[in-house]
Design a protein around this ligand. Structure first.
Ligand SMILES: *[C@@H]1O[C@H](CO)[C@@H](O)[C@H](O)[C@H]1NC(C)=O
Ligand SMILES: *[C@@H]1O[C@H](CO)[C@@H](O)[C@H](O)[C@H]1NC(C)=O
Ligand SMILES: *[C@@H]1O[C@H](CO)[C@@H](O)[C@H](O)[C@H]1NC(C)=O
Ligand SMILES: *[C@@H]1O[C@H](CO)[C@@H](O)[C@H](O)[C@H]1NC(C)=O
Ligand SMILES: *[C@@H]1O[C@H](CO)[C@@H](O)[C@H](O)[C@H]1NC(C)=O
Ligand SMILES: *[C@@H]1O[C@H](CO)[C@@H](O)[C@H](O)[C@H]1NC(C)=O
Ligand SMILES: *[C@@H]1O[C@H](CO)[C@@H](O)[C@H](O)[C@H]1NC(C)=O
Length: 427
């Protein structure tokens, strides 16, 4: 089962460059990765581990307690992107995470209107765990000292929605995700979305909430019943949803979610046990094309596939070229397995023509990482290797989608051995 719904905002930029190469600008260390069996940092569904806003980059991750490594605490870092100030980090040691569970990631969101930081964390079918900072933290970063005191307590509800029954709406929560919405500086508009799955795997529904500075959270509604490989989009922050033919198929506030049987949403039917993996990668490029990375074993060989929707709404599915057609130190496109590490897709802002795939090797015990690129002129079939490392990627690679918009730098969040690192690339 594979759900495909876009919690990706389409920013429009103009200009065109072709895929040339990537230059590593710098590599920095955030801290030590807790030595758990399951990965707590670096999971493809962590939206987001890195967020840039207003000249600062923020990172969230788990770190082990100094005196008891069975206990992990949320840590929050920031750095100014101008100059070379390095990371400032504090740990929320009033919260103990003890489950060694790879779902229990930390996700960060920022309200650009009031400068609040929001984190959702330690969620796998349990009551909501959410914290919000004071206002002004991200809008006036030099005024506020970087310390745990900027955050309020751990809440099991969203402020503004005290009237909702916590035991219905904020229980059995998994996959907290945020998305900042640029509002052009209008503080009266909602500028942050929050999505959670409520109910366990296979039976869960996805709910959307929106944050408005000065007002707090409001519920948009239940917009999705989990099932299948489908496409739908929304132009009003998830209130109503359209299919591939621009026909309305769902209204979240009216309790009419997207259903597996909704008309015009199935893009490609892939049989059950077709070798697909949930939550791999999606992005939207500068021309508004939708790109999806996943994997299939419908031919007897597990391979990575690129699915994309043209500006004329036409969908294409192509297999990433096998290693014999894409010389790579890591033979990267020959490695995918059904539950191997997931990759990411990046559409650089000034590169309306370019698409990057960040692929972690799925070969046994490998920690190799390759970045490959293709162009619109080449119909996204002209994949070339742009950068490779033979080791250094233990978990799933993440990137800062907001920094790409802010200064065009690609910041990767990697677990490299036992260290949490951020690698910055010039595109
Ligand atoms: C470390 O924390 C775990 C989980 O809370 C607890 O069971 C254990 O007793 C602690 N160990 C020590 C030495 O305090
Ligand atoms: C849902 O949450 C309740 C309360 O935390 C818990 O008792 C129950 O086991 C959870 N159900 C599932 C399926 O996780
Ligand atoms: C969605 O549902 C709400 C609540 O029933 C209703 O007020 C609104 O008009 C509906 N929107 C559309 C576009 O159908
Ligand atoms: C792909 O499918 C074939 C045929 O069913 C199977 O033999 C092979 O093991 C599968 N590959 C992976 C990586 O699961
Ligand atoms: C890649 O494939 C070549 C040719 O088959 C082989 O010599 C090389 O060892 C492979 N490299 C990796 C990292 O698997
Ligand atoms: C992978 O690592 C495990 C644990 O260290 C080891 O038992 C296994 O042989 C390794 N597999 C390969 C293919 O190197
Ligand atoms: C991982 O860390 C090692 C040691 O610091 C470094 O040499 C290597 O370049 C890093 N790998 C990546 C992919 O950043």
């Amino acid at each position: 089962m594979w759900k495909l719904v876009f919690l990706t905002y389409c920013w429009l930029f103009f200009g065109s460059v072709s895929v040339k190469g990537l230059r590593l600008l710098q590599s920095t260390t955030l801290g030590q990765d807790p030595q758990t069996v399951n990965r707590l940092n670096g999971e493809s569904f962590q939206q987001d581990a890195l967020v840039t806003f207003n000249g600062y980059q923020y990172a969230v991750f788990w770190t082990a307690d100094a005196s008891n490594t069975s206990v992990r605490h949320p840590s929050v870092s920031r750095r100014g992107l101008q100059g070379s100030s390095g990371w400032e980090t504090f740990t929320l040691s009033d919260y103990d995470g003890t489950d060694d569970d790879g779902h229990d990631v930390i996700s960060l969101g920022i309200s650009q209107g009031d400068g609040t930081l929001h984190i959702g964390f330690d969620q796998h079918d349990n009551p909501l765990r959410y914290r919000v900072s004071k206002t002004g933290i991200a809008t006036h970063p030099t005024i506020n000292p970087w310390s745990p005191q900027i955050f309020g307590p751990t809440l099991d509800y969203l402020p503004g929605l005290e009237s909702l029954d916590k035991n219905v709406f904020f229980i059995n929560v998994t996959y907290p995700r945020f998305l900042s919405i640029p509002t052009g500086g209008r503080k009266s508009d909602s500028d942050l979305l929050f999505e959670i799955r409520v109910g366990r795997s296979g039976l869960g529904d996805d709910w959307l909430y929106r944050y408005t500075p000065g007002k707090g959270w409001a519920q948009i509604g239940r917009y999705l019943e989990n099932h299948d490989m489908d496409y739908a989009y929304s132009h009003n922050l998830g209130e109503t949803w359209m299919n591939n033919w621009n026909q309305q198929i769902a209204n979240s506030s009216a309790e009419e979610p997207i259903l597996p049987v909704s008309a015009g949403i199935t893009v490609f039917s892939i049989p059950k046990y077709g070798g697909i993996l949930n939550q791999e990668a999606q992005t939207i490029d500068a021309e508004g094309r939708i790109h999806v990375l996943n994997r299939e074993n419908t031919t007897g060989v597990e391979q990575w596939y690129h699915y994309w929707r043209s500006t004329a709404t036409h969908w294409t599915r192509t297999v990433l070229p096998p290693p014999s057609n894409l010389p790579s130190i890591n033979n990267i496109t020959g490695t995918p397995t059904v539950i191997g590490k997931r990759g990411k897709l990046v559409a650089p802002r000034s590169g309306g023509e370019a698409l990057l795939a960040i692929l972690p090797s799925n070969a046994p015990n490998a920690t190799a990482l390759s970045i490959i690129g293709s162009t619109a002129q080449g119909h996204f079939r002209d994949w070339k290797v742009l950068w490779e490392a033979v080791d250094g990627c233990v978990a799933e690679p993440l990137f800062d989608r907001y920094r790409l918009e802010e200064d065009g730098v690609l910041s990767l969040f990697l677990v490299n051995g036992t260290m949490l690192q951020v690698e910055d690339f010039e595109l």
